[in-house]
Each structure stands twice: as C-alpha cells, then as structure tokens.
Design a protein around this ligand. Structure first.
Ligand code: HEC
Length: 126
C-alpha cells in the first residue's frame, strides 16, 4: 500500500505540468482512479510517448483522445460506453496509430459512474 501510494505520488509529480489543469486535487484523484483501475498499463497521458520496447503505445495517449473528441456532441456518453464495454477489433478507432488492436471491457475494474467522471476529465486534457 505504502509503495502504491509512493508510485502515485511520483506519477502525479511527473505528470503535473502537462496536465495544465487548475485543479491539482482533481488531477491526483483521477490519476489514482486510472492507475487503480489498470488504465495506465496501456495508456499514457501525454502524447508522443512510446510504448513498451519503444513500439507504438498500446492505447492512445489521453491527450490525443481529448484532441480527437473534445467538443463532439455525446463524446462523454460514447467514450464511457467504449471503456465499459471494450472496443471492436474489426473497427478500431485508432488503427495504425497504436499497437493494441482493441481495448478489453473495463466494466470489471471500474464502475460506470467512475468511468464517466474519468472520461470527462480525459476530455479536458491539453
Ligand atoms: C489492455 C489495454 C488497455 C487497458 C487496460 C485500457 N485501455 Fe483504453 N484503449 C486501449 C486500446 C488498444 C484503445 C484503442 C481502441 C481502438 O483503436 O478502437 C483504447 C482506447 C481508449 C479510449 C478511446 C476510445 C475510442 O473509441 O476512441 C479511451 C477513452 C480509453 N481507452 C480509456 C481507457 C480507460 C479509462 C481505461 C481504464 C478504465 C482503459 N482505457 C484501459 C487499450 C486499453
């Protein structure tokens, strides 16, 4: 537990600047939720970070997700459903831009309400 908290503290410290959100408490809360829900095994926050072994990242950086969906009507609803139910490998939204073919369903790891909160936060990333 202690180690886990330390990891999160480091994560928050190293990510503090690119987030550029006014609410540091909210950032810390959302990063904690994301890591405890397993999202950070496949996603990074900042754009342009390579994946394991220098390959393309497994999932899209959340700053790229924000750039792609921000301002689109229904984006929060849509992405909440994709995160809960997983994505379709036959119609990847991030084909050739990430190494992962599809996102598995995350409903086992995170509630719909928490997913919605996390997705709303993701959409604000710069
Ligand atoms: C096992 C790896 C993995 C995990 C764990 C994972 N994702 Fe993903 N995620 C992906 C991949 C791969 C994609 C790209 C899917 C595609 O191309 O359609 C993706 C796409 C997304 C998208 C964009 C969806 C779209 O249709 O454009 C969001 C938002 C997202 N993930 C959020 C999350 C959140 C929040 C969590 C944690 C609850 C999470 N992911 C956990 C691999 C993962």
């Amino acid at each position: 537990m202690k180690h886990h908290r330390l990891t999160i503290a480091c994560l928050v410290a190293s990510l503090a600047s690119p987030l550029a959100l006014a609410d540091a408490k909210k950032d810390a809360e959302m990063l904690k939720l994301a890591s405890s829900s397993g999202c950070m095994t496949c996603h990074s926050i900042e754009s342009g970070k390579p994946g394991p072994d220098g390959l393309k990242p497994i999932g899209p950086a959340w700053a790229d997700v924000a750039a792609q969906y921000r301002g689109k009507p229904g984006a929060t609803e849509f992405l909440t459903r994709v995160v809960q139910e997983g994505s379709n490998p036959y119609s990847s939204h991030w084909k050739n831009r990430v190494s992962g073919i599809a996102m598995p369903p995350n409903a086992v790891a995170i509630t719909p309400a928490n997913t919605r909160e996390l997705v709303s936060w993701i959409l604000l990333l710069k």
